[in-house]
Design a protein around this ligand. Structure first.
Ligand code: SAH
Ligand code: SF4
Length: 405
């Protein structure tokens, strides 16, 4: 891939609308679904419709100070100032590149660090698209053999406020110094492809995605919010009942023997079950389905990238309505794999195309981002005594997410 080098420029600290300070006694309204918020207002003796008013202030006007929410009565504002807060996770580092890529390192409750990246579309793509890659957990328990987050192990789930807070901060970064009435949100797409397995942190992830879709919050179209899963089958069935978003499945192998090695959760939910869940998601009990899923397939040299395996994949997918996204492996130190050559990836892709599948190769700007991102995370990690593994894991997450599905 011939890619221009990305110059990472540190932006001098500028004014960001800061969330107001929290105290343990105050309840954080950030991340509450409309229903939760309406219930909360009832408990403090207020009408439930206040929920949509407050949501608009927080998510559409970037206002976190209740005193500025001028369509609320003075007594309600005072009550909220006393009892509640709106607090996004703390940004401990931010870096904006000249090509428009932005990254934040958040310190979440308990001191763990999580990184979020925003990637703008390149010129050749839809103008104005900005995709945010969001984390759902610190670390991951599923231990996929090619994934450095997995190697790090599981630390903890993120709360809904820590998940939606990543989007809030990303949008706020474009609105520094802008009045609340002129505020508009810039992030156009969200992919749950950062650290963690989103379906293993189900409720906070669904609550956050419901805010992404809600007309009172971000109002993103359901095609622009994508959840990626390694195949937590029972939760895939729950998902299509609970929320309508795009689904990406991290397949990575065309048979159980290899997938057991690469994606160990396959031993619990083998391919037959996974494919049945994918079909159920697409058809949603409606034979005249409108959906498709994205199949993610990381290209590991000599492991899962042969012509035979491409044909096997064609057989496995059959008539599943899907598009396939081939992801060049992003290596990390001590990784037991290498990245497939470009020729191999194209040969693999051609077989899928010839069988009638739409197949794209994820053209990451990952190499450049990696270098910059590694430095960024390294600086923060040194200060916080994070492990080298952690740094590598964040790098891998970001490089694979630099193109939205
Ligand atoms: N846990 C979820 C979402 C986060 S991972 C999942 O597994 O789907 C997001 C994507 O990055 C997944 O498709 C994952 O398989 C892929 N990935 C992980 N490590 C990678 C690496 N080193 N190189 C390329 N892709 C990787
Ligand atoms: Fe977890 Fe996804 Fe990494 Fe597997 S690929 S270890 S599920 S983050």
């Amino acid at each position: 891939m011939n890619k221009p080098a990305i110059a990472m420029t540190k932006i001098p600290v500028v004014h960001t609308p800061e969330p107001i300070a929290t105290t343990p006694a105050k309840i954080n309204l950030l991340g509450m679904s409309q229903t939760e918020l309406a219930d909360y207002f009832k408990t403090i003796g207020e009408k439930p419709f206040r929920a949509s008013q407050v949501m608009k202030w927080i998510y559409q006007h970037g206002v976190t100070d209740f005193a500025l929410m001028t369509n609320l009565s003075k007594s309600l504002r005072d009550k909220l100032l006393e009892k509640a807060c709106v607090v996004a996770p703390e940004v401990v580092h931010k870096e904006y590149s000249d090509d428009g890529t932005r990254k934040w390192v958040f310190k979440v409750a308990g001191g763990s660090l999580v990184e979020t990246v925003l990637i703008p579309a390149d010129d050749s793509k839809v103008d104005g698209r900005k995709t945010l890659c969001i984390s759902s957990q610190v670390g991951c328990a599923l231990d996929c053999s090619f994934c450095s987050t997995g190697k790090q192990g599981f630390e903890r789930d993120l709360s809904a406020s820590e998940i939606i807070g990543q989007l809030w901060v990303a949008n706020a970064s474009y609105m520094e110094g802008v009045d609340s009435q002129d505020w508009h949100n810039n992030v156009t797409n969200v992919v749950m492809m950062g650290m963690g397995e989103p379906l293993l942190n189900y409720e906070p992830v669904v609550a956050s995605m419901s805010l992404m879709l809600s007309d009172h919050a971000y109002g993103l179209s359901k095609r622009r919010v994508t959840l990626s899963t390694s195949g937590v089958v029972p939760k895939m069935y729950d998902l299509y009942k609970d929320i309508d978003v795009a689904l990406a499945i991290s397949l990575h192998a065309p048979n159980d023997k290899l997938r057991n090695e690469l994606v160990p959760i396959n031993k619990k939910y083998p391919l037959e079950q996974l494919m049945a869940a994918a079909r159920a998601y697409v058809y949603d009990n409606n034979p005249r389905h409108k959906k498709h899923v994205t199949i993610e397939y990381v290209m590991l040299a000599g492991v899962n990238d042969s012509d035979e395996q491409a044909h096997e994949l064609v057989q496995l997918l059959g008539d599943l309505p899907c598009k396939i996204n081939l992801i060049p492996f992003n290596p990390f130190p001590h990784a037991p794999y290498g990245r497939s050559s470009n020729n191999r990836i194209h040969a693999f892709s051609n077989i899928l195309n010839n069988a009638g599948f739409v197949c794209t190769i994820r053209q990451t700007r990952g190499d450049d981002i990696d270098a910059a991102c590694g430095q960024l995370v390294g600086q923060v990690a040194d200060r916080t005594r994070r492990s080298a593994k952690w740094q590598e894991s964040v790098k891998a997450r970001l490089a694979t997410a630099s193109d939205s599905v």
